[in-house]
Design a protein around this ligand. Structure first.
Ligand code: ADP
Ligand code: ASP
Ligand code: MG
Length: 458
C-alpha cells in the first residue's frame, strides 16, 4: 500500500494511515510512504537557494518544525517518542550539513539535488512507523536506498529490476516473517555505487509497484486524496466521475498526458507480473476506487477520461526543398540526441513539413540539436501550448466522437494548433494554447458526457 503526501500530511492523517493498515491485518502488508505534503517542494526550494548562495533556513525550519509538531501530536510512550525525536534530529542534522556543503556558485548538480530532496521520505517513514508501533502494529522504517537499485539518471532514475528484486525480496520478506510491517520510503533509490537517486516527482507510486513486483504482491493499493482516477482532474471540473476500471495502457496514457494522480511509469512493473493496482481515497476507505489491470473490463469503447498536459512548445519545421522523410529523419535524430520524448508529432504533406510538441523546458536544447543536423528553410517555435488528450481503448469506433469533441471545443472558441491520433486507437491529442486549457477541458468533459449523473454517489 502506498500513501501519498496529503495522506501523511499531518498527525491526524498519519493516524488514519494506521487505521487503514489495521483494517488490512489479514494480509502481509508493505507500506510505501511519500514525504509529508509540501516537504519535497520545500527541499527543492532549499537546494535552489543554496546553489545560488541564498538562505535556505526558512525552508529548513519549516520542515523541522512540521515534523517535530506531528511527532508530538502522535502521542505514544514518552521514551519511544524521544528515541524517534533523536532519529529525526540526526536526519535533520545530516540535511543541514548537505545544504551547507552545496557550492554557492550557481552550478546545478542533479546528484546533489537528489540527495537533498530525498530527505522528505526519510523523515516521514519515521513518523508513520512510530504511529503504527504506538497503536500496536509492529512496524519498521526502511530506506529504499537499501532496496531499489537504479541507473544514475539523477532526478529521473530507472530501477534495475533484477538487482532490486534480489535485494528487496530478501530484506522485506525477512521483516514480514518476523511479523513486522516495513514502512518504505517512496520516491528514492540508489545507484550501484550507493549514491541516492530519485524516480522523478510523484515517484512514490512507482516505488509501490516496483516493490509490488519484487515481492509478487497480490495487489498494490495507492491511497490518495481523490476517490480514484477520475474522468478529469476534479480540481478543474467539480462533477468529474470516478472511473471504475482502466487497463494499464489507458492509465499509462492518462498519466503521460498529465493526470497527476499516478506517476507515468507506475504501470510498468505492475504489468510485468499482472499485478492489479487499486487507487483509493484514504478519507473514504469503503469506496471502491479505480481498479487498473491488464484487461479492459469495461470494453464498451467509451471515452474514459480527458486530461491536460500544459507548458509545452510547438516546433514547426518546414523545408520545401526536402521530402518529408529527410526532415523526419533530422528531427528524429535530434530528439534521440537530446533524449527528448515528444508528446505529439505530425506531418501530412509531400514536402518536408513536420510539427512536434515537447516540454517547454526542452525547447532550446532541441532547437540546437535540430539545427546541428543541417540547415533548414524555416523553423518556428510557439510556447505556452497545452495538449488535451482524450483517452479510452477503442475510442475511434465511437460514432460521432470527433464531431462531438470538435463541436464542444469550437463552441467554446478554442483554436486547434495540431491534432494527432494514436496508432493503438487509445488516445486523441489536440494541441491548443495554454490559456484555453480549462475552458477546453470543461467543455469537452460536458460535450463527451463524462459528467456525474445525479444518482451517482461519489
Ligand atoms: P498523492 O500525494 O496522493 O500522490 P497527488 O497530488 O500526486 O497525490 O495526485 C492526486 C491529485 O491528482 C488529485 O488531488 C487531483 O487533483 C490530481 N488529478 C489530476 N488528474 C486527475 C484525474 N484524472 N483523476 C484523479 N485525480 C487527478
Ligand atoms: N515526495 C515526492 C514528490 O513530492 C514523491 C511523491 O510524492 O510521490 O514528488
Ligand atoms: Mg502523487
Amino acid at each position: 500500500m502506498k500513501f501519498g503526501g496529503t495522506s501523511v500530511g499531518d498527525a491526524s492523517r498519519i493516524g488514519r494511515v494506521a487505521e487503514i493498515v489495521s483494517e488490512y491485518v489479514d494480509y502481509s502488508q508493505i507500506v510505501v510512504v511519500s514525504a509529508m505534503s509540501g516537504t519535497t517542494d520545500r527541499l527543492v526550494q532549499a537546494y535552489a537557494n543554496a546553489r545560488v548562495g541564498e538562505s535556505w533556513l526558512e525552508e529548513f525550519q519549516a520542515i523541522e518544525s512540521g515534523h517535530y509538531a506531528a511527532l508530538e501530536q502522535l502521542g505514544g510512550k514518552g521514551s519511544e517518542r524521544e528515541r524517534v525525536k533523536a532519529k529525526l534530529a540526526e536526519i535533520l542534522a545530516e540535511l543541514k550539513q548537505r545544504l551547507e556543503a552545496v557550492p554557492a556558485d550557481g552550478t546545478m548538480s542533479h546528484q546533489q539535488s537528489d540527495s537533498i530532496v530525498s530527505f522528505g521520505e526519510r523523515l516521514s517513514v519515521r513518523l508513520v512507523a512510530f504511529c503504527l508501533n504506538t497503536r500496536g502494529i509492529a512496524a519498521q522504517a526502511v530506506e529504499a536506498t537499501e532496496l531499489i537499485v537504479t541507473t544514475s539518471d539523477f532526478g529521473d532514475a530507472e530501477p534495475l529490476l533484477e538487482l532490486t528484486e534480489r535485494r528487496s525480496k530478501f530484506r522485506l520478506e525477512q521483516l514480514l516473517r518476523q511479523g513486522i510491517t516495513p514502512i518504505v520510503t517512496g520516491f528514492i533509490g540508489s545507484t550501484t555505487h550507493g549514491e541516492t537517486t530519485t524516480l522523478g516527482r510523484g515517484g512514490s507510486d512507482y516505488t509501490a509497484t516496483i516493490i509490488g513486483y519484487c515481492v509478487d504482491a497480490e495487489e498494490v493499493i495507492i491511497w490518495t486524496d481523490v476517490p480514484g482516477v477520475m474522468t478529469t482532474d476534479p480540481r478543474v471540473v467539480s462533477d468529474a466521475r470516478t472511473i471504475q476500471s482502466l487497463s494499464y495502457d489507458e492509465a499509462a496514457d492518462l498519466s503521460h498526458f498529465g493526470a497527476k494522480v499516478l506517476h507515468p511509469l507506475t504501470m510498468v512493473p505492475a504489468s510485468l507480473k499482472n499485478t492489479p493496482i487499486r487507487i483509493k481515497n484514504s478519507f473514504r476507505v469503503e469506496a471502491p476506487g479505480t481498479l487498473i489491470t491488464d484487461s479492459i473490463i469495461d470494453a464498451s469503447q467509451t471515452v474514459k477520461a480527458i486530461t491536460p498536459k500544459k507548458d509545452l512548445t510547438l516546433i514547426s519545421i518546414t523545408d520545401t526543398r526536402r521530402n518529408v522523410l529527410e526532415v523526419l529523419t533530422q528531427v528524429g535524430a535530434a530528439l534521440a540526441d537530446c533524449g527528448v520524448t515528444p508528446y505529439l508529432m505530425t506531418h501530412a504533406s509531400a514536402i518536408g513539413s513536420v510539427s512536434v510538441v515537447v516540454d517547454m523546458a526542452k525547447r532550446e536544447v532541441l532547437l540546437k540539436a535540430i539545427e546541428s543536423h543541417g540547415k533548414l528553410e524555416k523553423i518556428r517555435s510557439e510556447d505556452d501550448i497545452s495538449i488535451i488528450a482524450i483517452v479510452g481503448s477503442g475510442i475511434y469506433s465511437i460514432p460521432g466522437l470527433y464531431a462531438k469533441a470538435f463541436t464542444a471545443l469550437s463552441g467554446s472558441g478554442v483554436k486547434f494548433l495540431a491534432i494527432a491520433s494514436d496508432a493503438s486507437q487509445r488516445s486523441l491529442s489536440i494541441a491548443i494554447k495554454n490559456d484555453d486549457t480549462y475552458v477546453a477541458i470543461r467543455s469537452l468533459h460536458q460535450g463527451l458526457q463524462l459528467i456525474r449523473t445525479e444518482d451517482e454517489n461519489e
